[in-house]
Ligand binder design. Sequence first.
Ligand code: B12
Ligand code: SF4
Length: 532
Amino acid sequence: MSEPRVVVFFVNPPNSNDLDADDVGEASDIVVSKGIQHTDWANFPHLGILSLASYVDALPGFEGCYVDGVIHPLERILAVIRERAGRTLAVCLSAITANYEAAIRIAGAVKSIDSNISIVIGNDHFTALSREILHRHGDLIDCGFVGNEVYGGLVDFLRDRQQSRAASLYPGSVRLESGRIVADPAIREPVNRIIDYGLIDRTLPHTAVYTENFTRRLGRRILALTGRQVRKGVPVEIGRGCIKFSGDDACSFCSIQYGSMWKNELPADHAWSAVRGAWEAGYDYLYVTADELPLTFARLMLDMADSPPPWWCALPVDERPVLVGYARADGMEKEQVLKAMSEIGFRILFVGVDAGAARSLLALNKPLRNKDPVAAAHRMADANLRALYNARAHGVAIKAGFVLGHLGMNEALLAENIETYIAFLKAGRDVIISADIELLSPEPGSKDFRYLTDPDEAETMSDRLGLAIGSRALRQHVANRYRNVDIFDREAAIDDYIGVFMPELSKERLATARDQVRGECGRLGIVIGDDL
Ligand code: B12
Ligand code: SF4
């Protein structure tokens, strides 16, 4: 009897734009051109695949392998799978929109190496488009999982495959069975606490490139901006979710797929253990992944500040790990929470700025806690200013993010938004260390992507806002291009979105407006773009 297959690969595929466009033929022809992601994305390990690989590797009878395609080209990834093909049970692919096409290439190539290797897929692109994906590429995918609570279902699937048992129920899965799509409801699961940093270099070397990029791209800049010398960065999960998901009311452009639990978090002592695990593995710049901290995780922040562990207290203040995380500007209004965050080591917050014209805020589905949109927009502007005040008072630097464009944006709204952004930047020039202003990109799973594929929904929304959008015929034409597809050109989708939903504007006009804000940043001494 043959040995059971034990190896399970967890792969973050490379950016699809970096696949060599000419080499679409044979799987063995796949190459990666040296792409921007090698420098832009390869600053940190990929926590999603590390977390899943660690969990599976800790179970008897499995060997979890971590492989990051922003470091290694496709042929290297396929070579390492080929070397172990006879022992490989599954290749698990982490698919966001930017790398999904590459994921499908890997799936095809693996099936041609050994069709007995199962292909499992998950992450946001699959969650948003599971039916479209299975419809178009179901022949390559043995099982997909939606959302974040996937650990139990994944292990059940792997065990059944390992022991050649008939398919049963796998919580959180969506898959084809006899040509029919089957979806098993997800179950509640705690946030995974098993992170084995040793896996990062066990299958292929990764750390040297992450660390070199981190030092070159981020380390020096963080030193210049915060006075702290940090050497190695890693994402850390202590909670996930956003307060807006609780009412299924995400911002229009938000494509985060929260799955079955709108919020999931560790208790304070376990959160501190997660920080300690990363610190002891040599990481001193911890990128806390929760989507929005001060509003959504206020209790956790306060509890952590109330219970600092002895190992952390024993460290001199300027040797403690530096934490960075996400916040909404109006969340930072709560001074007590910001103070707690500063106490536990948060030095930089990535802040999505909810500033702008009242109708723009409505179109972006920003929270307006006032029936009168104009009064609500003023309230938001005040909240933003109080956020700046609190950041200043507690020594937290801000990386500000603005999203430019929305359904029905016209020349007048564009001008008003630019004016508000510039006013915010001026008011915060001493605490805003960098600013990013990006054109809205309609990603699957977001309301904006739905508008692109559903002319009626776009019309209902534009009527509600009293803003003009393109004709029904044009909307239908564009919808036909994006409906039921799983692979599309993201750049073209931005163009189409502007063409159909901002008829008064053009991409050039928006780019000029963006450059105007960037120019103002330059004058104010605020660094433009660049990840932290
Ligand atoms: C930290 C982070 C980064 C970091 C680190 C990324 C990394 N390499 O780990 C940096 C800054 C480098 C980054 C870069 C980018 N990111 Co990013 N990032 C995040 C963030 C904030 C957290 C991700 C995270 O680590 N979560 C914690 C881990 C444990 O969860 P996870 O990765 O989601 O994995 C869970 C599930 O998704 C699922 N799962 C994941 N993979 C798989 C695979 C299988 C087989 C299964 C079964 C399940 C499964 O199970 C996991 C356990 O719960 C998310 C937003 C969010 N809150 O999700 C955005 C997010 C994932 N990023 C996003 C984007 C767009 C990007 C970029 C393309 C940005 C850009 N324009 O360059 C690049 C792409 C980088 C890449 N290819 O990896 C989008 C993806 C949207 C989409 N639908 O495609 C998100 C959702 C944010 C958003 N809405 O804008 N990112
Ligand atoms: S964009 Fe940010 S604030 Fe808006 S719903 Fe998504 S995570 Fe929440």
